[in-house]
Design a protein around this ligand. Structure first.
Ligand SMILES: Cc1cc2nc3c(=O)[nH]c(=O)nc-3n(C[C@H](O)[C@H](O)[C@H](O)COP(=O)(O)OP(=O)(O)OC[C@H]3O[C@@H](n4cnc5c(N)ncnc54)[C@H](O)[C@@H]3O)c2cc1C
Length: 447
């Protein structure tokens, strides 16, 4: 047990709220401050970003007894449904039978987590904008405007869970030996909507992550509990087939008719949604160190903002909490040791999931429609079913296991090299499940 501390968590997003519950259960006084109004009082139509939760996220919830509560607001998703250009549908199962990720509305999940945190005794302060932090004594500076009057709030510790554009990190960036990089993708995204049928049922299979892969752009859809789907169109900002090129109603409707013909019936408000909803940016951010003495630590997107193509930003943030909690159990009241061990353990793994997520755009938007790639996946699955002790596909390592992301990345690269050789075998299309292929993989594995 730790000596009780007065702790501020800046940010009432998913990571800040879960961290607050953990800290409260450890006996601390926990204040969560957020610049936004309470999300539970803000009306939203359910059209918010959808997230997928996988094993790392569930582990962090499980350790604190929240899995069952959260599963109630999620929908299991066990496969990709690939919508080809000719409207044919291919299904690709994610893992072994019974393995699934969960589709959750970020807004609904966030509201639920704040309820659970309040029940645990966490105190929330909404519409409290943090402008700065004094790192040496964990004092927050809040106020209406950046140049107006500020109030100082003194804590024993401050956690910056204030997202990709963190103010807490902003202050840390001015320290010497603080490394930082930020990169905006040339691809943006826009949300569209598939409404429910009049009887509340889903128009397309709710247990699939739907993808319309079209090379350098793609459409995705994930089910909501109310029968609707949140769709996300990922596309370059400029150039051919870009947001810039879809200027008016006619070009938009023609574009969808050409590339996503089977969405005509299910996205009735395409034109309205497309021109009303903003086009959002995607940013990757890396930094180090994540902590300052025993006073201040970054967690979640404020420490590692990644692109969403592996569905792991929140999962990685939740895993930060699992590791922080392990370090608390190990080092007790020695917060400096806790912080050092936490950032040392997490940094290589955050970098690895950033890399995997970046690479996965091409897998989702182009390769999922490629025959050779599908055959490679089929061989991997066949070999893995036969030799589960020798082979776990990369997606399963990242999503259905708790193996550190950095190990998953390294083994994934090794396995990919093997598969490149296997795919060169003569007549691989016909001999893919033969003894020759099995022997070849086993021999390459032992090299
Ligand atoms: C399109 C898209 C799809 C995604 N899909 C997935 C997915 O499938 N699976 C997955 O795991 N992840 C996914 N993610 C990533 C996931 O949404 C984030 O990783 C996660 O929400 C980060 O949570 P956080 O609590 O660290 O930060 P945030 O959710 O950004 O929360 C930060 C909070 O801090 C507050 N704040 C910011 N600045 C201040 C300030 N100065 N003062 C006070 N408060 C402040 C904000 O109001 C906010 O409430 C996706 C992201 C996007 C964009």
């Amino acid at each position: 047990m730790q000596t009780p501390q007065k702790i501020a968590v800046v940010g009432s997003g998913l990571v800040g709220t879960l961290l607050a519950i953990y800290l409260k259960k450890l006996g601390h006084t926990v204040h969560v401050l957020d610049r936004s109004p309470d999300i539970r009082t803000v009306e939203f139509s359910g059209r918010s970003i959808n997230l997928v939760m996988s094993n790392r996220g569930w582990k962090a919830l499980e350790d604190i007894g929240l899995t069952e509560e959260i599963k109630k607001i999620g929908i299991p998703v066990d496969k990709r449904a690939i919508h080809l250009k000719d409207s044919k549908l291919n299904y690709q199962y994610y893992g072994k039978e019974g393995e699934a990720i969960y589709s959750l509305s970020r807004g609904v999940l966030n509201r639920k987590m704040i309820d659970l945190a309040e029940e645990a005794g966490v105190e929330f302060f909404f519409e409290h904008r943090i402008w700065d932090v004094s790192l040496a004594d964990a004092t927050l500076h809040i106020g209406e405007t950046e140049r107006g009057e500020w109030t100082d709030l003194k804590y024993d510790k401050v956690f910056g869970a204030d997202g990709a554009f963190s103010r807490i990190r902003h202050r840390m960036q001015r320290q010497s030996m603080f490394n930082y990089s930020q990169e905006f993708l040339h691809i943006g995204y826009k949300e569209l909507h598939i409404p429910a049928n009049p009887d509340g049922s889903h128009k397309i299979d709710k247990n699939s992550l739907h993808i319309w892969p079209r090379g350098n752009f793609m459409l995705m859809a994930l089910a909501n509990l109310d029968g609707s789907f949140t769709c996300t169109l990922f596309m370059p900002f400029e150039g051919e087939n870009s947001f810039e090129s879809l200027k008016d109603e006619k070009t938009l409707v023609d574009f969808f008719a050409e590339f996503f013909p089977d969405t005509k019936e299910v996205i009735p408000d395409l034109v309205r949604d497309f021109f009303k909803n903003p086009t959002s940016y995607l940013v990757m951010m890396k930094c180090f160190p994540w902590t300052h003495s025993d006073k201040v630590a970054l967690i979640g997107d404020s420490a590692h903002a990644i692109v969403p193509f592996y569905g792991h930003g929140m999962n990685a943030g939740f895993e930060d909490i699992t590791v922080l909690n392990e370090m608390i159990a190990k080092y007790g009241d020695d917060w400096e040791a806790i912080f050092k061990a936490y950032e040392k353990s997490r940094k290589p793994n955050a970098d690895a999931i950033a890399e995997l997520s970046y690479r996965n755009f091409m897998e989702m938007s182009a390769k999922t429609a490629d025959e050779k790639f599908l055959l490679q996946k089929k061989i991997e699955k066949w070999f893995s079913d036969k030799h589960p002790d020798k082979w776990m596909p990369l997606y399963s390592r990242v999503t259905f296991s708790l193996q550190p992301y950095s190990e998953a990345l390294a083994i994934g690269d090794f396995q990919n090299k093997i598969m490149e050789e296997v795919m060169q075998m003569e007549n691989i299309e016909t001999i893919w499940d033969s003894e020759a292929v099995e022997v070849k993989i086993i021999s390459l594995l032992s090299k």
